[in-house]
Design a binder for this molecule. Structure first.
Ligand code: NAI
Ligand code: A1CAB
Length: 274
């Protein structure tokens, strides 16, 4: 057993699993001045580890060394790899550690059961806009996480965007909304650019028009204080172009499709947790 940092000494962050979301979080966190030196990555693939070291100026360590050095262990491996990782990690975790898991669906109880009794665990659902400091991270405390542990996790994630706290029972819904959410917007943007191509616009122009429109619409949603319905009505002139488009969206069941899609993501999150 590696000697773990004490709670008072807790410092240093190890990101275990440097894939898509691991890198998004690292890339955001290292932008804070003086932080890169205190972040290490633990990555199963040596090529990927080398890439992260090169891109972000962090250090790559093995799991035991990372646990000995770092008080916060952020687990960012696939849900299917969590149990194997916890078996490797358990001998190196002590009361001084805070374990933060971003694995979709995986309940804190399952993580706690695989680690020494009393280990503080916080479940988080982040999203990839953390890459540009516009992330949405949602936290839930495990059975042994204190208010100070939650504050520590919140401080970490607020460096890369907004943070909310929810009871763990809501995490599968959160995963379906904000965890997977960026993909739905990318999908819509991709389809809208294709529509521009169909109408004969050059691809780069179509992309510029749609991306700026998405940014403008998102900023209005955030800053105007108006409901999405009011904002949409303001674009929809009587007898005009927008209502012709909205009729087609409704005729093709886009609203129902989005609701069903998000429900499917929720159900998959529940399934991944079993
Ligand atoms: N991609 C996303 O937008 C989001 C992903 N998540 C969650 O984050 C986790 C990771 O997802 P992605 O980054 O998309 O997957 P990914 O497949 O891109 O990354 C996983 C990484 O973990 C590494 N890995 C696996 N086992 C390891 C071990 N024992 N030690 C060290 N490294 C190990 C793999 O080599 C890989 O680089 C998943 O549990 C997912 O549910 C959560 C929120 C958003
Ligand atoms: O697709 C997934 O399972 C992960 C979790 C949330 C976003 N990506």
């Amino acid at each position: 057993m590696t000697s773990a940092p004490t709670q008072q000494q807790r410092s240093g962050l190890a990101v275990v699993g440097g894939g898509k979301i691991g890198e998004a979080l690292v890339s955001g966190l290292v932008r804070r001045p003086g932080v890169a030196e205190s972040i290490v990555v633990v990555e199963r693939s040596p090529e990927r580890a080398a890439q992260l070291v090169e891109r972000h100026g962090v250090r790559a360590l093995d799991l035991a060394a990372a646990a000995a050095e770092c008080g916060v262990l952020l687990l960012a491996v696939k849900p299917q790899d969590v149990d194997a990782l916890l078996a490797l990690l358990a001998p190196h975790v002590g009361p001084g550690h805070l374990v933060v898991s971003v694995a979709a669906g995986v309940p804190t109880a399952r993580i706690e059961a695989a680690l020494p009794a009393g280990t503080a665990v916080v479940r988080v659902m982040p999203n990839t806009p953390a890459l540009v400091d516009e992330g949405m991270s949602v936290l839930s405390a495990g059975a042994h996480a204190t208010a100070a542990d939650l504050d520590e996790a919140e401080a970490l994630l607020s460096a890369v965007g907004q943070v909310r706290r929810v009871p763990e029972a809501q995490q599968d819904a959160v995963t379906a909304l904000s965890g997977s959410g960026p993909a739905y917007f990318f999908f819509l943007v991709e389809a809208m650019i294709d529509a521009g191509i169909l109408l004969g616009l050059p691809r780069t122009l179509a992309a510029d028009l749609i991306v700026q429109t998405a940014l403008g619409a998102a900023t209005m949603l955030r800053d105007s204080g108006e409901h999405p319905v009011q904002l949409r009505e303001a674009v929809t002139s009587p007898g005009g172009t927008t209502i012709a488009a909205i009729r087609e969206l409704e005729r093709h069941g886009v609203r129902a499709a989005l609701i069903a899609a998000i429900e499917a993501a929720h159900d998959r999150s529940v399934e991944l947790g079993r």
